[in-house]
Design a protein around this ligand. Sequence first.
Ligand code: BDP
Length: 720
Amino acid sequence: MTQIEKTFFKSILLLFAVCWSGSAQKDYKLWLQYNIITDPDLAREYLSNIQGIVSFGNSETIKIACAELQLGLGEILGKKFENKPITEEGRNIIIGSKESLGPEIQKEIGSFDLINKEGFIIKSVSLKNKKQIIITGKSDVGVLYGVYSFLRLIQINKSIENLNIIDSPKINIRILNHWDNLDRTVERGYAGFSLWNWQKLPGFIDQRYIDYARANASIGINGTVLTNVNANALILTSQYLEKVEALANVFRPYGIKVYLTARFSAPIEIGGLKTADPKDVQVANWWKEKAKEIYKRIPDFGGFLVKANSEGQPGPQNYGRDHVDGANMLADAVAPFGGVIMWRAFVYSEHDVNDRAKQAYAEFQPYDGKFKDNVIVQVKNGAIDFQPREPFHPLFGAMPKTPIMMEFQITQEYLGFSTHLVFLPKLFQEVLESDTYQKGKGSTVAQVIDGSLSPRKLTGIAGVSNIGNDLNWTGHPFAQANWYGFGRLAWDPYLDSDVIADEWLRCTFSNNENLIKPVKEIMMKSREAVVNYMTPLGLHHIMDTGHHYGPGPWVSNLSRPEWNPTYYHKADKNGIGFDRSKTGTNATSQYASEVEKVFDNLETCPEQDLLWFHHVSWDYKLKNGQTLWNGLALKYQEGVNQVQEMQNTWNKTEKYLDSERFKEVQMLLEIQYKEAKWWRDACLLYFQQYSGKELPVGVEKPTQTLEYFKSLKFPFAPGN
Ligand code: BDP
């Protein structure tokens, strides 16, 4: 290479690196972009209202809150903001907890009774003859949440004149569940490897740990389970606890508690005992000692999440005991330190011929009221497993004397991994709004889990994380919206998903209405699209098995019946669907009678859940007059069309976006479109063998044979 060639080559590389890092940095910054304000009127309003920052208190948390304000306001308003003492001249943002503010400012706020420990108040007041904005709370972390909320207001172009915002989280435990293994693989993770670099911990604190904590705090997440529910006992050894302690120290000032998964057989595996029987005194003592050791290192350790006697994980049943024995024994170990046990109800057994959808209820409902005060039962949103659509889990309406927490899956195990754009808050909202009728009409799932239906000592909501070490955290730029949306709903389970999408778009991209309107449409449509092209009309669990990538409705040869898609769709010459009504497995009887009646009756069962609850003939007439076969085929086609519409809409946004993120999403949507067609063609060709009918007008003809689709194999699909 000549010198000129070399120089040219180098500058191309440099240019590439600059572009790449530009985009990567944008992606990396999530919803905390703090773009400069472009509306001159608003900028004027903000600048005339904010001249300085005054902070009271000097905890790490207050320092973080103050630095965030300086950073955020500085970037949004293009001006440097100093932290200074309060003076006659300035109009300030004053931050500090109730205690630190002093009586004069406290008086301006009035009552703090309207907020809880983590809540905040943002109020415009007149002090020293100047308009001031006070951001306060009962605790420093409340102040931090207030600061993020204030910055969000500005980021989404809201006026900050005459503020009087009083807000508190409605749920106590707002937690991410990382299904991260100690070797850094992530079960059902599609965004790279685990963030936790166990080998370099505790000595090396990756900046990402801090950025992760900051992002979570900005949406009110206050807990993280670092390890996979399919647990490894080694995390409880002192070698690893030292590393966990280092992470806990990073997260603490951001209001985030660390939790771990507890492998039930740990007393044998790392404790040298012969048994893990929860009634064995030595076993109980081993856990007590372990808890003591953990709390010595991490005084605010949150507690344990436990998957027991589920999918091969050890548990109390191995010793002839039950879930209550297991959970209560662990609860005793952490109770002296204020810890909690999150005991999962995700159970189904290979020895139980009962409908899998009924098993968790059958096993757990009889335990209502039997768990210790510091146990909370963690229930997945539906009775099978994080499908694109499931009716709400019957346990939500059936354990009035037990704290129950929600488990949502943010990672898209069954919804196209991190390749498909699916805005999950739509799904979450549908579940939270479902009416259990536990105490008559209007007993929604949200009210069950936030304790407003029956008061509960503990309330919680968990999201199985979609975060990995990908530069953009979540694989798909729009999967960030699912992390964001989970946090916002955990804070307030009554928020509308439309509002969440709006906020996220404005904070992540811009306030340009030409962008917001169409892209919000894409997001709001995306959940129904994935249901349509994967599992319309109540179909479920027909993904290829193991990795769950792509369609596999034909799979029928796995050892456990309920691992086979054929178990779930039951297609035959007579029709399709799982009869869970009275004439079938009677799973409908697990709901309150008002709900049971609706689901049980073909006439009233919502069509979106039809094949979940009923086996119906191919000629069954749908509400729109179509036969079931035609209606099913048209739904698959509709899903494909919706993705195409999403693409068309996206393509029109190019001029309002940075080219990197525009192209990323454009490429991903193209993959999503191809995969939607793959789903449609594979499923329809397969079901057509049973229906024996032609595809209706309007449904595109498949371009491949069923044999071709069946031959596709993905031994290295991620997350498995
Ligand atoms: C299923 C996943 C599996 C998890 C399990 C669980 O396929 O990887 O271990 O749920 O939640 O969704 O325990």
